[in-house]
Design a binder for this molecule. Structure first.
Ligand SMILES: Cc1cc2nc3c(=O)[nH]c(=O)nc-3n(C[C@H](O)[C@H](O)[C@H](O)COP(=O)(O)OP(=O)(O)OC[C@H]3O[C@@H](n4cnc5c(N)ncnc54)[C@H](O)[C@@H]3O)c2cc1C
Length: 410
């Protein structure tokens, strides 16, 4: 396998670098996870940044032209991701929209929904969130209890979601609801696009241990959603949700993208810090850096092979779960090695204005959440065991019983 750019990819990379240089003055250059003084200003700056990138043809490049993309390849998308990281442009504000909600709307939406939503999503005119998890249903997502009841041309939604990333800045969300409690739990679900500004939607931010407030509780009290906002048929919500989840596992580490800080930034930190460490600490730090580099590069190149397979017509399959698992583990090793190199400086730097050191510590505090989001490590291991290795499935006593009659309604 040749890991270097092909001549076409090298030319594309040069074009992307050139476009980013041309627009540098219009883009935010924040460090990952860092909070600006004013959250509202930061949101507007991130929306502007995505709009500038979209207008330059650098957002949703692998989406079909009819959906507002460039009809490009996943390799080109990966190149853009690498060049944005190199230019220190933070994650796109609509990364959940682009990575998960958009592909779900493309796969299951009507032409009218495509028309209304996709171009605006790419430009961050509308920011999107994913409203799946509830207080009593995360890993066992199909046990969710938020209901949608048909009333004329509308559905009336009641219930609560939690851990909803970006809900506090979102305009739309994809919302998984229970519409038929008499059917087995996977069979009675329906997906909708919900207007996050609709009457009856209440968003309450939650604060994480790294200090950020990225996710929220969301309450639905008699929220009316027109039937034209349904994604897929009534009762087909689980199939629609699987499209979202498989795309999520490719977007989060499964495509070889670095989660958080790159192995290259670890190498730079090591070159700067190793000479100043005692001989004993140097040995331990070198071992940590070596272990992290092997894991991160192995994951990156395996991810490229997966992207190549997808771009040749494959769909993201259960093996994307292995990519998310390995990507998270590698990212944790990279962050841990960085913190080890910094020693006490990493702990004391947060809040003292030392951005370089604080970034490593914030990253270390952020990664355990990534090992939970979109499928915990344990659940991904179950999926790999059952769906990739063909091992016997876990006992699931409530799988075929009507939801109403199962213990899931507790
Ligand atoms: C940073 C972050 C962002 C998130 N963003 C979103 C979002 O935007 N939208 C959204 O809908 N949700 C989001 N989530 C929620 C996330 O999807 C859930 O947290 C996750 O699915 C786990 O569910 P839970 O928290 O209810 O834990 P539980 O499912 O209660 O799990 C608790 C523990 O039990 C283990 N466990 C559960 N079932 C099994 C099993 N069958 N076998 C072995 N072990 C098991 C788990 O691995 C875990 O260790 C986010 C979470 C985080 C941390």
């Amino acid at each position: 396998m040749d890991f270097d750019d092909t001549p076409d990819e090298a030319a594309y990379r040069a074009r992307v670098r050139d476009l980013l240089a041309q627009h540098a003055g219009d883009l935010v250059h924040l460090d990952a996870g860092e909070e600006a003084a004013d959250a509202g200003e930061q949101e507007q700056a991130l929306r502007r940044t995505q709009r500038v990138l979209a207008e330059a043809g650098l957002v949703g490049v692998a989406w079909a032209a009819e959906h507002g993309g460039q009809g490009g390849s996943l390799a080109q998308q990966a190149i853009i991701g690498q060049e944005l990281a190199r230019a220190k442009v933070p994650s796109l504000i609509n990364h959940i929209g682009i990575g998960m909600c958009g592909p779900t709307v493309i796969a299951h939406g009507t032409p009218d929904q495509h028309e209304r939503y996709l171009a605006r999503l790419l430009r961050a005119d509308d920011v999107w969130c994913q409203l799946f998890s509830e207080p009593a249903s995360g890993s066992d997502l199909a046990a969710l209890r938020t209901t949608a009841v048909r009333d004329g041309d509308d559905w009336v939604v009641n219930g609560q979601k939690v851990w909803t990333t970006l809900a506090h800045v979102s305009d739309h969300g994809i919302l998984l609801t229970r519409t038929d409690p008499d059917r087995p739990k996977h069979g009675g679900l329906t997906m909708f696009v919900v207007d996050m500004h609709a009457p009856g939607v209440t968003v309450r931010p939650l604060r994480q241990m790294g200090g950020q407030s990225d996710f929220n509780e969301v309450f639905f009290d008699d929220v009316r959603i027109p039937d034209t906002e349904r994604l897929g048929e009534p009762g087909e919500g689980w199939r629609v949700a699987l499209t979202t989840l498989l795309n999520e596992r490719v977007a989060v580490g499964g495509g070889g993208n670095d989660l958080g800080l790159s192995v290259e930034s670890l190498a730079r930190l090591a070159a700067a810090k190793l000479p100043g460490l005692t001989a004993q600490r140097q040995v331990l730090a070198r071992q940590a850096v070596g272990r992290a580099a092997v894991a991160a590069l192995g994951n990156r190149y395996t991810g490229y092979r997966r992207l190549t397979a997808i771009s040749q017509g494959g769909l993201p399959g259960p093996e994307a779960s292995a990519g998310k698992l390995a990507g998270t583990a590698a990212a944790k090793l990279v962050a841990d090695a960085g913190v080890r190199l910094l020693g006490d400086d990493a702990v004391f730097a947060v809040g003292t204005g030392d951005d370089e050191a604080g970034r490593w510590q914030r990253n270390q505090a952020w990664l355990p959440g990534i090992a939970i989001a979109g499928g915990t490590d344990e659940v991904l291991r179950n999926i790999i065991g059952e769906r990739v290795l063909g091992l016997p499935p876990e006992p699931r006593e409530d799988k075929h019983r009507p939801f109403n009659a199962s213990g899931s309604t507790r």
